[in-house]
Design a protein around this ligand. Structure first.
Ligand code: NOJ
Length: 749
């Protein structure tokens, strides 16, 4: 047992600062905030603390009057520079104090140029590209008057039944943390007041992804050790990256709804992390504390949310209706309200809204869907694709091929290809695989038959045409998966197989004997064991966005090479949920020598003869694909793992170097991944944890030494009492995915 602990809590405290402002500027802003607050009536303060959907007003006049009266601090779900300027003019020029409105919008994975869904972006394992993609989203949204996006969504998601896994970075804390930083930087840049930038919002604080049963909005039970080690770090990383706002979520966490949760919002976010930005509730999540059974009425809901520290209420009006009475009853004081108003005004200052409240109405036309943005979208889509199977190297398709069959409900589905949570993307701007393949190969070489109208279609009447298309082609490309509406908020599934008659369509096409390539577009990792059996190659394409078609056509034809890696574990069957790579061990870890497959169990076998280890009789213990997995058209050899030292002090570091060689025929990129295991801890530690990765590109035959540095601090964890780095022995693996790698060991002394 290790004895020496290094207390790291201090490192986690009070490290807040906005990177781009001098302390003089900050002091000046604080002075202006104080002055404004001293002039405000309670009604105006509550106005700042309220966010409205335009639909909540009886019409334009009603909305404008409310703005004029200082009752509207923020509006969501409004886009268009002209309209927003019109309303902003009322706020700035006609309201008593001229405080600008902040306009929020769900700009989740693009504005008009739609990038892959966040889970797809995560599969690219490329923080620089993610940052670039979110910068595009910010620029387009800003050109249409949006000031603030409700992204990044950085909920750790280990349950593919949960529809919102699509919006997440997947199951891993380290990957999500790196991408959280990239997204915050992409949206906000170094200076969020720049006209091309918008404020980001780290959501949903916290634990939303742990919804029981994968049913949206459901209760989450997360012990504090797991909360701090697995769920909070991406939020901490976003805060460190300077995210201006946080959103409190819908869920009940350990018995307390997170929009009224003093432990997470006050103790952790404000006191430990020193966050001085704004916290907005999720849509009516304060009011919903009544349904949770945590507040008797709107007034009590307001009291609990205010105690916890939610500055702005999204769409419900518990604050407006309850605060005066809470003040009268002495349950709340004006200083608290003033502090919250200050948090809101601070963000408005940081965005430069007082200096430039209006949007240049000519910018959108030059910005939206411009060629550079489409190029980024294509690159992002391309890097998000994960090649899961490629028997006989069927991909890339041979250039001698005379014709291809393009089949399936997702082959030409411009709306569904954009994925979930898209409000501003338009299907007429989306290029589908069918269109892109026709452009590349010529109409006459593409035999198209949908086979099924949409992913849920059960009738087989389109099969004959699909079979015919396959028969007259050299290869059948099947575009299967999920319509966009099958993932996202409140779109959870209990069955993760392909919907409708898609597996039957695959069987029918495969029965022609033609080689089959399955491209799966989906918002989650589906259970695709059957597809792997029937198709020669399987390329997982998530919902790839506006430029998904061209990116897929290029990859299928070998102009680009797959480099994506799974950001989530793929399951064989839904009954395995939750199955994630960085689980704890048991006292009886599963292994093959101790496992008998269901069908092989002798009749009337004795209880102990099957091996008493942690597994399923029918599904074993290994996933369909491990976290971090993805093939390429080329191959990479890992060799020569070296450590700069075998032992580091608690404040030291070790460089891990490995040589990667491209041993195949194509230029390609590889995500080199570093995992560790802390062998013995004061609490049990996961069997593996990702602690570093680098994506590199190599020409055929090229070798490169890749070095990843690990600080002892990176191995800190919360042990129930403190954040500690514990001396002792660690395993390290550097490899192509979580289940393979060169191994070494090191120690912390
Ligand atoms: C509810 C969702 O949970 C949240 O993510 C979103 O930002 C808001 N609605 C606003 O649309």
């Amino acid at each position: 047992m290790k004895k020496a602990y290094l207390l790291l809590l201090a490192l986690f405290l009070f490290s807040c600062s906005q990177p781009n402002r001098s302390s003089k500027e900050e002091a000046e802003i604080e002075g202006r905030i104080r002055k404004l607050i001293s002039q405000m009536t309670l009604e105006e303060k509550l106005g700042q603390m309220s966010q409205f959907d335009p639909g909540q007003f009886r019409g334009d006049q009603d909305l404008k009057q409310a703005i004029k009266d200082g009752k509207v601090g923020s509006i969501l779900n409004l886009v268009g520079a002209k309209r927003i300027n019109e309303l902003q003019k009322v706020a700035v020029e006609e309201s008593r104090l001229g405080i600008p409105i902040i306009i929020g919008r769900d700009v989740i994975h693009g504005f008009r140029t739609i990038m892959p869904i966040p889970l797809g972006m995560a599969a690219a394992w490329n923080p620089e590209l993610t940052e670039k993609a979110m910068a595009v989203a910010a620029k387009e949204a800003a050109s249409e008057g949006v000031h603030w996006t409700f992204a990044p969504m950085i909920d750790i998601s280990r349950d593919p039944r949960w529809g919102r896994i699509a919006e997440s970075c997947g199951e891993d804390t380290y990957l999500a943390s790196r991408l959280a930083v990239a997204m915050v930087k992409g949206f906000q840049g170094d200076d969020p007041s720049n006209v091309d930038r918008i404020a980001a919002c780290a959501k949903h604080f916290v634990g939303y992804g742990a919804a029981e049963g994968g049913r949206d909005y459901n209760t989450a039970y997360i012990p504090e050790t797991q909360l701090r080690n697995d769920y909070l770090p991406p939020f901490k990383a976003a805060k460190e990256a300077g995210v201006l706002t946080f959103m409190s979520g819908f869920n009940d966490l350990n018995g307390v709804p997170v929009s009224g949760n003093e432990f997470t919002l006050k103790t952790i976010l404000r006191n430990e992390w020193g966050f001085n930005g704004m916290v907005v509730s999720d849509w009516a999540s304060i009011y919903e504390m009544i349904a949770h059974g945590y507040a008797a009425d709107p007034k009590e809901a307001a009291e609990k949310a205010l105690r916890a520290g939610v500055d702005m209420e999204m769409t419900s009006n518990c604050y407006v209706s309850g605060v005066q009475q809470l003040l009268d009853e002495g349950k709340l004081n004006m200083q608290t309200i003033d502090r919250y108003v200050a948090n809101i005004l601070r963000v408005k200052f940081q965005l430069g809204l007082f200096e430039h409240p209006y949007t240049d109405e000519t910018r959108a036309e030059k910005t939206i869907l411009c060629p550079e943005h489409l190029e980024v979208a294509k690159e992002a889509a391309s890097e998000s694709f994960v090649l899961l199977q490629n028997n006989h190297q069927i991909l890339p398709l041979s250039s001698n091929m005379k014709s291809v069959a393009v089949i399936g409900p997702l082959a030409d589905a411009p709306h569904d290809q954009m994925g979930t949570w898209v409000f501003d993307g338009k299907k007429e701007n989306t290029v589908t695989p069918l269109v892109a393949l026709r452009q590349k190969l010529g109409e006459q070489r593409v035999n198209f038959a949908k086979g099924l109208a949409v992913s849920r279609t059960r009738t087989t009447e389109g099969f004959a045409e699909a079979i015919q298309a396959a028969r007259k082609s050299d290869v059948a490309l099947l575009f299967l998966g999920e319509e966009s509406i099958l993932s996202g908020e409140a779109h959870c599934l209990a069955n993760l197989d392909l919907q409708g008659a898609q597996n039957d369509l695959l069987d029918a096409v495969a029965a022609t004997g033609k080689p089959v390539v399955a491209v799966i577009m989906a918002g989650r990792p589906l259970t695709i064991g059957h597809v792997l059996e029937k198709a020669d190659a399987v390329l997982y394409a998530w919902a790839p966005g506006t430029m998904g078609g061209p990116a897929l056509a290029e990859m299928l034809l070998g102009e680009t090479v797959p480099s994506g890696k799974t950001p989530v574990t793929f399951l064989k069957t839904v009954g395995e949920v939750p199955l994630y790579y960085n689980h704890k061990n048991t006292g009886r870890p599963a292994d093959y020598s101790n496992w008998t497959y269901l069908d092989d169990i002798p009749v009337e076998a004795g209880q102990v003869s099957l091996g008493n280890t942690s597994h399923y009789l029918d599904a074993g213990f290994e996933p369909l694909f491990p976290f971090g997995f993805g093939l390429s058209y080329t191959s990479f050899a890992y060799s020569d793992l070296r450590l700069s030292t075998g032992s580091m002090p608690v404040d030291g570091s070790i460089d891990f170097s490995v040589t990667i060689e491209n041993t195949g025929k194509y230029k390609g990129s590889e995500v080199v991944q570093l995992y560790i295991r802390d062998r013995v801890g004061s609490i049990t530690r996961p069997v593996k944890e990702l602690k570093g990765f680098k994506k590199i590109s190599l020409e055929p035959g090229e070798k490169q030494q890749v070095t990843i540095r690990l600080n002892a601090n990176d191995l800190a964890f919360f042990n129930g009492t403190n954040y500690v780095v514990e001396p002792g022995w660690f395993d390290v693996w550097v490899g192509p995915h979580s289940n393979e790698g060169l191994h070494a060991e090191f120690s912390i002394r």
